[in-house]
Ligand binder design. Structure first.
Ligand code: SAH
Length: 212
């Protein structure tokens, strides 16, 4: 997702109480941001934040960090938060590749990836958020036994992701090629913005849950 540059976005991010600007200063102490010991869960590539905000509203006893690299996109999430503030969400406007530098080993309890950019060219495979390069990064910051969920309607990306998962020593706990017709895996499913769009076009949604 990439929106036209919005000049107001940079200011809004700089001034928002929900955006963590000094993200290099919290390694090993991210829970202090929330003032409690609740689990720390992250969505990477959160877009405008629909999924994360619905999830956080349902689970006030879990802390959520939303990562989005484009300020113009994150700005939309900030606008929603101003209307419906949630105490258990903070946003980071960063590229996910820096995660191991700013999080202590095992500091995250759970990671969500939803409709990540496909980077279809082979030479860009390392940029895919489910590539081995990224799995190694998640391996560092995710606690032992911590899980990662990934949804996409892009079958080639999903197949690649399953392969990478196995090649890099992760366990596939569950997966489906048609989430919305898989009663068990679809239970409690929260639709993301892209999920609503693509499933309304008739695309089946793939989902996998993996752990290290
Ligand atoms: N999760 C949302 C948006 C999907 S689009 C939904 O399902 O509706 C993918 C989003 O991931 C885009 O907004 C893009 O900017 C973001 N993104 C892609 N690569 C990223 C990276 N390396 N670090 C942070 N965000 C990234």
């Amino acid at each position: 997702m990439r929106l036209r540059n919005i000049p107001a976005a940079a200011n809004a991010i700089a001034e928002s109480e929900y955006c963590v600007l000094d993200y290099t200063e919290h390694k090993g102490e991210w829970k202090n941001l929330f003032g409690n010991e609740n689990p720390l869960v992250m969505e990477i590539g959160m877009g405008k934040g629909k999924f994360l905000m619905e999830l956080a509203a349902l689970h006030p006893d879990i802390n959520y960090l939303g990562v989005e690299r484009y300020g113009s996109v994150l700005y939309r999430a900030l606008q929603k938060m101003e209307e419906h503030p949630l105490p258990n969400i903070r946003f980071l406007c960063i590229n996910a590749e820096v995660l191991p530098e700013i999080f202590e080993e095992g500091e995250l309890d759970y990671i969500y990836l939803n409709f990540s950019d496909p980077w279809p060219k082979d030479r860009h495979a390392k940029r895919r958020l489910t590539s081995g390069e990224y799995l190694k990064r998640y391996d560092k910051v995710l606690k032992k036994g911590g899980r990662l969920e990934f949804k996409t309607d892009n079958r080639p990306l999903f197949d690649f992701s399953l392969e990478e998962t196995k090649a890099f020593g992760w366990t596939v706990n569950a997966y489906t090629y048609d989430l919305h017709h898989d009663e068990k895996m679809n239970e409690g499913n929260i639709m993301t913005e892209y999920e609503e769009k693509f499933s309304s076009h008739g695309n089946p949604i793939c989902k996998m849950i993996i752990s290290r």
